[in-house]
Write a protein that binds this ligand. Structure first.
Ligand code: EPZ
Length: 419
């Protein structure tokens, strides 16, 4: 079991280039199944979740080769329609392969996916939408067996009860080769949905309205391969900015997606950090001490404040002047990192979906365990700001979403090593 050892108290200073987005790469890798040819994906981050997606592709007969941050996926030779349970359990995004497999072959066998422990993460919306698109779904000894009636799903009008990112992606994947028109009302508007649609359009799909809450898709019989660059990771960006805000210093993020990061940047700016952007560069200089954020920080679907940035910002605000209040509205159980932050000296009270963070003078190092991907990243932010040494275990959670995080922190002058 590997761990990170972090020596806190050093200011961060320097420039880093943002990795490609994990949450775009995974659905786009699944989407590569649909084109039945070779696709080249650039800016694909080297992450354990990306490798888990490539194992799924291999297991259904696709070829997936990596060279640096370029992945070449050839789905010409797709031969299977069943994803084994152990691969489904490796990550939540495995469920996205359902829509892609149905779109390509009209059938698939999957099971309930794994993923970060953020509370119950049902797939009822995914299944209900597939059924409405003419897919027969039955449970066979824990496996979810899906089959379209005529080998092709049927376009239809769908209204989601909540703008689920995964359900929107699954519907899009199934709809791009379905018969007729599919309309998704109350669709998720996350930038990663636009990135997936950008990739699918480059493969010949007919999709309109992504980025808004009504997406219209006209099914095409055949898609083709393409060469596509994945968008930068806005949550990795939020993490490096939060680290610098917490530890103090100056950072330039290059190749960042500035408009997509605005919901986060607008809140971070209220802590007193100076933030400027030009083109795809974001510059942040921390103040001498951070200020608490006076408005309640409510996580909401995009363009609201992102739930994935809640933990890292909380780590920064743990040692700010004043009290900040968070309200987590996306997941039921996304405050598991607070226990570790409290162990590091933070004063945080969790009351249901609200967390009250009373800023302390200084955090101190402690031995803590990463609870989930973003919670683990928050522990690194806190450890960099703290006095003394911290050891963070269960870092396999962190490896799922951050490419060479220790190299990035070291390049900024922070002290972190993997042991
Ligand atoms: C995506 O998860 C992201 N994952 C998550 O990122 C992110 O936190 C989340 O969207 C919200 O932005 C990927 O893109 C791979 P949802 P997803 O479906 O698709 C409930 C990270 O740290 N729901 O929008 O699983 C669900 O339980 C991760 O990178 C149902 O009830 O999120 C949750 O409460 C973690 N039934 C809410 O909706 C369903 O059928 C939002 O889930 C589907 C979802």
């Amino acid at each position: 079991m590997q761990k990170f050892i972090v020596e806190g108290g050093r200011k961060l200073r320097g420039e880093i280039t943002l990795q490609g987005s994990k949450n775009s790469s995974l659905p786009i890798m699944a989407a590569a199944i649909l084109c039945g040819e070779e696709c080249t994906l650039r800016n694909c981050p080297a992450l354990t979740d990306v490798y888990a997606a490539s194992r799924i592709l291999n297991c259904v007969g696709c070829r997936c080769m990596f060279s640096g941050n370029t992945a070449v996926i050839d789905s010409t030779s797709l031969s299977g329609t069943e994803i084994p349970e152990e691969l489904m359990h490796e990550m939540r995004s495995s469920i996205i392969f359902m829509g892609a497999m149905l779109g390509r072959t009209g059938e698939c066998t999957v099971s309930v996916p794994g993923g970060c422990e953020l509370g119950p993460r049902p797939i009822d919306m995914h299944l209900a939408a597939m059924k409405k698109m003419g897919v027969d779904i039955r449970d066979s000894g824990g496996q979810i067996v899906c089959r379209t009636r005529k080998g092709r799903a049927k376009g239809t009008k769908l209204s989601l009860s909540f703008p689920s990112v995964g359900a929107t992606e699954n519907i899009i994947l199934c709809a791009v080769t379905a018969e007729g028109e599919t309309v998704i009302n109350n669709a998720a508007r996350e930038p990663e949905i636009c990135d997936l649609c950008g990739f699918l359009r480059a493969c010949g799909a007919d999709i309109k309205g992504d980025g808004g809450s009504r997406i219209v898709i006209n099914g095409r019989e055949q898609l083709h391969g393409c060469d596509y660059a994945i968008m930068p990771d806005r949550i990795a960006g939020a993490t490096y900015l939060s680290m610098t805000a917490a530890a103090g210093g100056e950072i330039i993020l290059t190749e960042a997606c500035v408009p997509e990061m605005e919901p986060f940047l607008n809140v971070l700016e209220q802590t007193g950090c100076s933030i400027y952007s030009r083109g795809s560069r974001i510059y942040l200089r921390s103040g001498s001490r951070l200020r608490a954020v006076s408005d309640r920080i409510r996580t909401m679907p995009h363009p609201g404040f992102p739930t994935d940035a809640q933990a890292v910002l909380m780590a920064a605000l743990a040692a700010a002047d004043g009290t900040s209040v968070f309200e987590e509205n996306i997941f039921d159980c996304r405050y598991r990192h607070t226990e570790a932050l409290v162990k590091m000296g933070a004063d945080i009270q969790v009351l249901g979906k609200v967390a009250i963070v009373r800023g302390v003078q200084r955090l101190h190092g402690a031995n803590v365990e990463a609870t989930d991907l973003r919670g683990g990243a928050a522990m690194i932010c806190a450890a960099l700001a703290a006095e003394g040494t911290s050891e963070i275990t269960r870092i396999e959670h962190i490896n799922r979403g951050y490419e060479k995080i220790e190299d990035a922190v070291t390049a900024l002058g922070g002290s972190i090593r993997r042991a």
